[in-house]
Design a protein around this ligand. Structure first.
Ligand code: PHB
Length: 395
């Protein structure tokens, strides 16, 4: 009796250890499988160059790691979101449900990003936002599985509100595309500018992605404010800056904006951009070793100079790597992975940054001035600026 029960116990122990080995093997097998990244970015339209730079930056970091993160190869499922919010939920759902991606990477446009955040929340998919500044993403929509490696629309705008006031502007007219990013940018600017004693007299808009600015430029010329604050990016920023100069306003009314106005656009803007002041979490002339090596690698790989969008994509890959390394590539350990991402110190070309409680970078915002082909660093406009994360309750 005694013998048989100890035999039974030994048999059970053998079975258990076989099962454990099997589980461990399955885990190792999963850990060797490619990480499937759902790349949802604009590859057509006014934001197409931004999407390409983000993808380049992300892939550059993976390439620097020998093509693997935490031992796992990386596989991309690529989707052009066209910066179209009306298609965004369906597109993101397709990547998750049909293509079975392990995480979503995207996007540029705030309206599309908000739809992605809802899908990520509903399906508990990891989402890393490498550009779109929608305040909501790290506000009311914040969640443990949603991270951003770029900025909130509030951040560079708030910094510029202070700068504009310090330059002596009292009356400002704003102009932006009429959608979340522009509206939130204007709100952030106005908050700081009016707190410092200025007044936003008029808020003009054009529909996204229109680039016909003549009637707004006429209104600005008639209003004669001390300064104009605008949010435009990509091809729209190129057109606006050229039109502003062509209308004869450049030397009469100071033009301010978040640095998207002049980032990745200077070749096409030429003399029309010279001297412009903008605020952003990246600049030329940072003299950080990480920035120097990043620029060299990027230029060598793509025969192009990087911009802020490339940096944000690169840092998205760094953040993913930080999470993956902590769980040895086993993404089923979601809590541990999120924990590591929350605590990561990202060695960014913009300067090292950490995540806020709402998963948005706490970062320096630089004041830059266009000189030749560069957004030349002038000073730090706001040190370690954290988004206020209004409405975020992480649970
Ligand atoms: C946005 O929609 O949030 C957005 C788009 C382009 C930028 C910055 C923000 O350059």
């Amino acid at each position: 009796m005694k013998i048989s029960s100890s035999l039974q116990r030994a048999g059970l122990a053998l079975l258990c250890s076989a099962a454990l080995t099997g589980a461990a093997q399955a885990q190792t097998a999963a850990a060797n499988q490619p990480v499937r990244v759902g790349v949802m970015l604009p590859f057509t339209g006014t934001y197409a160059p931004l999407g390409v730079a983000i993808e380049n930056g992300f892939k550059l970091y993976v390439q620097e790691q020998g093509g693997k993160l935490a031992g796992r190869p990386v596989e991309y499922v690529r989707l052009d979101d066209e910066s179209d919010p009306s298609k965004a939920a369906e597109n993101a759902t397709r990547l998750v449900k049909r293509d079975h991606v392990d995480l979503l990477l995207g996007t540029v446009h705030s309206g599309v990003a908000m739809a992605m955040a809802k899908v990520a929340k509903d399906t508990n998919t990891l989402l890393i936002v490498p550009n779109a500044g929608a305040d909501n993403v790290t506000g009311p929509l914040c969640a443990p599985n949603i991270f951003r490696t770029s900025f909130s629309n509030w951040q560079p705008a708030y910094a510029m509100g202070k700068v504009a006031a310090s330059k002596g502007a009292k009356h400002v007219v704003t102009l932006t595309w009429k959608y979340a990013a522009g509206e939130e940018s204007v709100r952030g600017f106005k908050e700081a500018f009016e707190a410092a004693g200025g007044k936003v007299d008029e808020q003009l808009t054009v529909p996204f992605p229109n680039v016909e600015f003549q009637s707004q430029l006429t209104q600005i010329a008639a209003a004669k404010p001390d300064a104009v604050y605008v949010f435009f990016a990509g091809a729209g920023a190129v057109k606006f800056v050229r039109d502003y100069a062509a209308a004869g306003l450049k030397d009469k009314i100071a033009l301010y904006g978040p640095g998207f106005l002049t980032d990745g656009t200077l070749d096409a803007q030429g003399s029309a951009a010279q001297g412009l002041l903008t605020t952003l979490h990246y600049a030329d002339g940072l003299t950080l070793p990480k920035d120097q090596s990043f620029r060299l690698d990027y230029a060598k790989t793509y025969k192009l100079q990087p911009d802020v969008y490339a940096v944000q994509g690169y840092d998205a890959a760094q953040l993913l790597a930080a999470g993956l390394v902590a769980v040895k590539g086993d993404m089923s350990q979601r809590d541990a992975m999120v924990h590591a991402m929350e605590r990561a110190k990202i060695d960014s070309p913009r300067g090292a940054f950490v995540m806020s409680k709402a998963h948005n970078p706490v970062q320096d915002i630089y004041l830059r001035q266009v000189k030749g082909n560069e957004n030349h660093l002038l000073s730090v406009a706001a040190k370690a600026l954290a988004d206020p994360a209004r409405g975020c309750s992480m649970n």
